[in-house]
Design a protein around this ligand. Structure first.
Ligand code: ADP
Ligand code: MG
Length: 554
């Protein structure tokens, strides 16, 4: 309950910038609700004066009034719906954008820990749930509450005796609804977890579809999928059952209440305490009150779903982000850099043995050091620590003898370029990929960088040269070409420190030669740490360091 209120509070804060539109929406809702009791109120004179009393003036006035009420109600309902949804969708778009931004700024450890599909389902499913909750729910809550109050006022005014029966039934109904919604909420959280797992498995399987085909992993994946799929279906059915039980339960309670009210009404009418018009008006108003009540009870499920989703979103917002969201280009690159790694020990969360044990290493400006060692010896982890993706347990990284603990991450990253085995490009043009992060780089800069990266020839042979769209994940160009675009990117960034994590190991001999020419240019005058299986055969190296399961050997 307490967290619910906090989550509500945060959602409302999110909508605060749009309060003016929200006020318009609320005024329109009030107008709509005010029209509601007027309809049954017109029933009494319609029956008592027009039909029974045959009063000629009432014969014309009442139909006109009915039309007027509906016209006002129609206009105000339109304004209420459009303006309230406007506020809701603006808010949701803000939240969606914030989730995306925060997600990119999560420390790498959290990225690694998170199931892949979870982010996708957070941005698509969770945010949509919140959207539904805020867009339909707040309108239903305000408008229907006002309607109920208006109608209730009319009912009590017409006959307090009959209304007494209604008011006794209300707490019973609300108790039932409360019980159901608590259950609903728990089931919805389970449902979201399983949806995340399903999307995770789909993503993973589609990425690895070749491996699945070659290794005959089809059945294995299918079994896993079916297991999660079945679990998801069970969870879904549980939610549906609870949701479906809610409505008939409320309806049965309502029917009993109506029966009692009619009984009291007919008794009163027999004693001339109630005119036939008033009786019909009362029953009409009572019939009208159930709709908003039902909507109001039904909206609880939407709200609970929205709150569960909002909590999962706020969980991300509340995580510790990379220590500065600043852009690295706001810092200047040092002309030269000495990179010192002092006594670094690091363990992955939950791992038994540390991935790195007391590793120390110093690289002078312009020096190229190769780091070799068997797979799993911690080479990539060390690069992750230098780049600030991972936080060491003990020890220090220093640049020009300054401890990086005091530096904002963005300042550190300004000094570092990274080229890995797996280069990620974006679905944009070649030029846009080269000036990625540095949109101000001129066309000449981009061309010069491409030339240095040994990429100019192939880029110029592409159909549109630098303006060629490279497709999703750079699918329209080869691995070696992607690698050279990544190298050109590093030329644009022009950082004094260069980290290379097996930059050519995914390539064939010919593309490797092409990439190495670009790398050789790039590493000139930079402080370079290269991970490679055969560094001597590849680049000009000043020194080779051996790493064996977390220990420096040389
Ligand atoms: P290398 O690059 O030398 O092959 P890594 O630095 O990738 O080695 O890995 C070092 C050790 O840390 C390995 O035992 C590996 O299983 C473990 N490891 C690597 N990445 C993670 C991770 N994200 N979470 C947990 N353990 C990891
Ligand atoms: Mg590695």
């Amino acid at each position: 309950m307490k967290t619910d209120m906090r989550t509500y509070g945060r959602l409302i804060k999110e909508a605060l910038p749009y309060w003016k539109i929200a006020v318009i929406a609320m005024l329109a809702m009030t107008a709509t609700a005010a029209m509601e009791p007027l309809l049954p109120a017109l029933m009494a004179p319609l029956i008592d004066e027009s039909l029974i009393g045959k009063d000629p003036s009432a014969l014309i006035q009442i139909p006109l009034l009915i039309v007027a009420v509906f016209v006002i109600k129609g206009i105000s309902e339109y304004v209420a719906s459009v303006s309230s949804q406007y506020v809701a969708h603006r808010t949701v778009a803000d939240i969606r954008s914030e989730v995306f931004g925060v997600q990119l700024d999560l420390p790498m450890v959290d990225h690694d820990a998170e199931e892949g599909g979870r982010l996708l389902s957070r941005i698509t499913y969770d945010v949509t749930q919140v959207g539904e909750a805020v867009s339909t729910a707040w309108m239903i809550i305000i408008k229907d509450t006002l309607m109920i109050l208006g109608l209730l006022g009319f009912l009590i005014y017409t006959s307090w005796q009959m209304s007494l029966a209604l008011l006794i039934a209300a707490p019973v109904v609300s108790f039932v609804v409360k019980k159901a919604s608590a259950k609903m909420r728990r089931s919805n959280q389970d449902l979201q977890t399983w949806t995340g797992r399903l999307t995770g498995l789909i993503e993973e399987s589609l990425l690895a579809v070749k491996d699945i085909k070659i290794f005959g992993g089809h059945d294995n994946q299918q079994v896993q999928f079916d297991r999660i799929n079945k679990k998801l279906r069970h969870e879904q059915m549980r939610v549906i059952k609870i949701q479906s039980l809610n409505v008939p339960l409320v309806q049965i309670l309502a029917a009993v209440t109506i029966g009692i009210v009619i009984l009291i009404g007919t008794q009163m009418s027999a004693r001339d305490l109630l005119s036939p018009g008033e009786f019909v008006a009362y029953i009409t108003a009572m019939g009208m009150i159930f709709d908003p009540v039902r909507r109001l009870t039904g909206v609880n499920a939407t709200i609970q779903r929205g709150l569960a989703a909002a909590e999962s979103i706020y969980e991300v917002f509340d995580q510790k982000l990379d220590n500065q969201r600043g852009q690295s280009k706001t810092y200047t690159a040092l002309p030269t850099a000495t990179l010192t790694i002092e006594n670094i020990t690091f363990s992955y969360p939950g791992a038994e043995a540390p991935a790195l044990k007391a590793v120390s290493l110093k690289i002078e400006p312009g020096e190229s050091v190769a780091l070799v060692g068997p797979s799993g010896s911690g080479k990539s982890s060390l690069i992750g620590i230098i780049a600030g993706f991972l936080d060491p347990d003990t020890g220090e990284i220093k640049i020009n003898n300054e401890s990086l603990r005091q530096w904002p991450l963005a300042k550190r990253r300004r000094q570092i370029s990274l080229v890995t085995q797996q280069v990620n490009l974006f679905d944009a043009t070649v030029a846009e990929n080269i000036r990625f992060g540095w949109p101000d780089a001129t066309d000449d800069d981009v061309k010069e960088a491409a030339s240095q990266a040994n990429a100019l020839k192939f880029i110029e042979s592409l159909p549109d040269g630098f303006d060629t769209q490279i497709g999703p994940f750079g699918s329209r160009i080869s691995g070696g070409q992607k690698q050279r675009i990544a190298i050109a990117r590093a030329f644009i960034k022009d950082s004094p420190i260069l980290l290379l994590d097996e930059p050519t190991s995914a390539l064939d001999h010919k593309s490797r030669e092409d990439v190495l020419r670009g790398l050789e240019n790039l590493k000139a005058n930079r402080t370079t740490l290269i991970i490679s299986h055969h560094p001597e055969a590849l680049l000009s190296i000043d020194r080779t360091i051996h790493l064996a399961t977390g220990l420096v050997l040389d």
